[in-house]
Write a protein that binds this ligand. Structure first.
Ligand SMILES: [Zn+2]
Length: 328
């Protein structure tokens, strides 16, 4: 693939540069707009916060910010485009939907798989709604432990559209499960495993699970750096270092799944409603998109990971995943 859609135009894989593969400018869980007692969303303040954050990342050499917000989590591609324009950061958005338990599923549950593939294809080739902004890749998602029938259909639709449009797939997994199932489902539709980045694989401290993903030929996301509520970073660092030492560094992509702005109140798990999003930095001080550069990379160096291996993860792997013509 030579041309990647960004929210403000196109670029080539070679132009991506240092890339954060999984961060969010704006997220709202389905139903957020009914939460009338949530703190009011102020678009201009949100944009100013996002632009400032993107500029801070530019100081760390970040050239591309991938926001894989699914369609059903408050995706706002015009907001993304405004933030990209004001900051000068390259931003890439996705088409695709979230997993069954937390998504907005009624319509897609009832549409045939081919219609869903056509919807994804339209958002990649023609644009999202009336915006003319085109998705650069497709988000897929599965729940904990088992892929539901709905999720299987959505993965099949995504794989068909990915094949027709020659774009990669980025995934959500829950608690570090079902990554190998995702590989199996999309490859059965004819998508090579190296077009899939299995996201949130750092949600489980299971070296054998990580090796099933890299062994299956996919990219693996250690993309929740700094979310120590799920797992301490020391465990992520141990697992990254071990994968690099075993020769799997060309499979690893690093990111934080940070959220710059929330629509409604963040719900960070069953019953875990955060009344005020401004409390999150106290709860998870390292959950910021610059944490990788400020604290994680220095620790990787201390653990003996080479400069070359670090650049492979931050710069080369995202470009190779998008280009798609070469396995890791
Ligand atoms: Zn995410």
């Amino acid at each position: 693939m030579d041309t990647i859609n960004t929210v403000t135009g196109t670029c080539t894989p070679g132009e991506l540069g240092r890339t954060l593969v999984h961060e969010h400018l704006l997220i709202g869980f389905p139903g957020w707009h009914m939460d009338a007692i949530a703190p009011r969303f102020r678009r201009n303040d949100a944009k100013a916060r996002a632009v400032e954050m993107l500029r801070r990342l530019q100081d760390h050499g970040v050239k591309t910010f991938l926001d894989p917000c699914p369609m059903d989590l408050g995706r706002d591609v015009e907001f993304m485009a405004e933030c990209a324009q004001e900051s000068g950061m390259r931003v890439i958005c996705t088409t695709g939907a979230y997993f069954e338990a937390q998504g907005l599923t009624y319509t897609f549950k009832n549409l045939p798989v081919e219609d869903i593939a056509s919807i994804y294809e339209k958002e990649i080739t023609e644009g999202i709604g009336e915006t003319g902004i085109r998705a650069g890749l497709i988000k897929i998602a599965t729940g904990e432990g088992k892929v539901s029938d709905y999720e299987r259909k959505m993965l099949q639709a995504a794989a068909r559209a990915a094949k027709r449009c020659d774009v990669p797939l980025i995934s959500h997994t829950q608690e570090g499960t079902c990554g190998p199932d995702q590989i199996e489902i999309v490859t059965a539709e004819g998508v090579p495993p190296h077009r899939l980045l299995v996201g949130h694989s750092d949600g489980i401290d299971d070296p054998a699970y990580h090796r099933r993903i890299v062994g299956g030929g996919a990219y693996i996301g250690f993309d929740r750096l700094g979310i120590e509520m799920i797992l301490p970073d020391d465990i992520r660092l141990k697992n990254i270092t071990s994968l690099v030492n075993d020769g799997h560094g060309r499979h690893i992509c690093l990111s934080h799944d940070s959220v710059c702005n929330w629509l409604g109140r963040p719900i960070l798990g069953e019953g875990l409603v955060i009344d005020d999003p401004s409390m999150i930095p106290q709860m998870a001080p390292d959950w910021t998109p610059s944490h990788l550069f400020e604290r994680v990379i220095p620790k990787l160096r201390e653990a003996g990971v080479s400069e070359e291996a670090i650049t492979t993860m931050t710069d080369e792997n995202p470009a190779r995943w998008f280009a798609g013509d070469e396995a890791p």
